[in-house]
Structure formats: C-alpha cells, structure tokens
Write a protein that binds this ligand. Sequence first.
Ligand code: KG4
Ligand code: ZN
Length: 332
Amino acid sequence: VGDGRNVVSSVVSSQVDLHRRFGGVVPEIASRQHMKMMLPVVQEAFDEAGTSWDGVDAVAVTKGPGLAGALLVGVNTAKALALARGLPLLGVDHMEGHIYGNWLVPRADEAAAIRATVAGTPGENLDLASEPRFPLLCLIVSGGHTELVLARDHGDYALVGQTRDDAAGEAFDKVARLLGLSYPGGPSIQRAAEGGNPAAFALPRGMGQGGYEFSFSGLKTAVARIVEKQGEVDLADMAASFEQAVADVLVSKTVTAARKLGVRQIALAGGVAANLRLRRLLCERSPVPVRIPPLRFCTDNAAMIGSAAYYRLRRDERSDMSLDVYPSLRLV
Ligand code: KG4
Ligand code: ZN
C-alpha cells in the first residue's frame, strides 16, 4: 500500500475451498495452509507491485484477534522479514484493518459496481472517492464480530455497541447450514434470496429495545423452528426474509447512532458488508454519506492492514521484536 490509500498489489490466498467440506474453518488446517502459502504470497505481492524490498518502508501484520496458529505464522514471518531488512514492524488490530478497508481507493470499475448495487435507492447516498471523514461511524460485520465503532480520529475509537451472542456473519453461516446451503453462508444465502419475498416470514429483530446492542441467536432459532415445523419452506422467501431481518436490525441501530452521535459519514466493514440488501438499506436510510469498500477489501485482505499501519507509522508508532499474537484482542 502506498501512502495509506493506494493499493499497489493485493494478493489473497483463499482457504475457503479447503474448509468448505467441514462447514467452517478448521484451525489446524488454517495454520498449516498459512505456513505453506505465506512466502509465495509475499513474493506474488512483490511481483504484482513491480517492486522489491528497496521500495518498502515498513512491514505490517495482523496481531489479532483471530486463530492463534494462523496469527503466529503471520507475526513470525513479519518479524523475520523486518529484522532481516532492518525495517520498522507494525502489529495491527484486525478490526482496525477492516475499518481502513474504507481508506483504500477503489478502481473505477469497482466504484461503478458499488454504485450499481445501490442504484435506485433514494439519494444513492454514497461517498467512494474522497478520504473518509471523522467522526466516522463504522459498522464492522464479519464472521466473528458485529460492532458499531465510533472513530473520532486515526487510532481514536469508542465502542458504541456489539453483539451479545452470534456475529452477523456467523448467523449467515449457521442459517445457511440449517437451510442446506454451502459454506460460507453469506454468499449462498444472498444467491438463494434472489427473487424471494423479504416479508414472507415474520422473523424477530433481536434487541429491539436494547440500545446499540445486537443479538442474532434468536433469529437463527426462529428460522430453525419454522423449518422444523413446516418441514419444507420456500428457500428464496426464507433466505430473503432472513437477510431482511439482519439488515433491518443492523441499519436501524446504525442510523439511530449516526444521528445521535452527529457523525459525518458511516463506513461499512467486514465480510458481511458484501451483502447487497444491507448496502441498499443503509444507503436508503442513512442521514449521512455511506462508504462501502469493494468486495475484495470487505473480506479479509492484507491491504487494509497496510493502510491502518501507514497511519500508525505516520504517528511514529512501531512494534518491537517482543510483538506477540493476541487471539482475543479488542480494539476498544
Ligand atoms: O471479514 P470476513 O471475511 O472474515 C472474518 O470473519 O474476519 O467475514 C466472513 C463472513 C462470513 O461469515 C461470510 O458468510 C460473510 O462474511 N459474508 C457475507 C457475504 N459474503 C461474505 N454475508 C452476507 N452476505 C454476503 N454477500
Ligand atoms: Zn475479518
């Protein structure tokens, strides 16, 4: 990443196919795959960027939260590279990385694709090109996290709300399994929901009175009960109703918080930010411009970690060789 915003190469070695037959991530397989792919991926990133170590100012790496085994491979590789090359090392919080996915400049075709996903919503309330503005309200929705974070400035965060139980992505993955759809559940449910009626099933909106807290386990149970009771349900209708319930809760709370906190923009982050219904609903209801990263920067990637590290490096922050992994790290 150049200057915090320009992606010169982005290489992702996806393990989704390896984990699919187990219906979720298997930690041992994940760390072994990290070992196998780490150096080839670093080399590929150099090739794609058309540069060498001479063009590098610092090495950034995810220090947590995440699976210890996978994190260890990353952190130790980064330490070795930084030490060998005499470069500054920066350990980055994975969730902060997801926020910085919004700083990465999308390609023209990607910006057009994002605009197309919200076309027809009132206002088409998007900001994709300029640098994000503080105070910024970030809705981070991934497989492991559902958090509303207020970013007052670079590195200055406050937790507004979070999930009490399942993460939004986890709910997608679990409900997909219930409906006999493949892992990862988000894309499968979105595909299945095409043409479905989002009002076909009355599903609960968890923590309706719960301020900015979220809950998705009741929603998953409600889907399970209906499937159990009716034996067979219309898949498109159920998938659409489920998506609508998740998006409705996420957007309602985000929009209320945005008004209350007087933020200048709302940023979507994490794998679930890929969801079309969520994007459209947010652009429809948001009182301020919405930022949505392109798909490849919504799901896990290294460029977002590089961007977060750039702004820390600019504030003269560094990690040293005692950098460890923090599987349960919390941003705020
Ligand atoms: O951020 P991420 O790539 O990985 C971490 O969990 O850190 O997020 C993965 C999650 C999975 O639960 C996946 O089902 C969900 O993002 N996801 C989606 C969509 N694409 C991926 N959820 C809803 N709609 C999608 N289109
Ligand atoms: Zn993630």
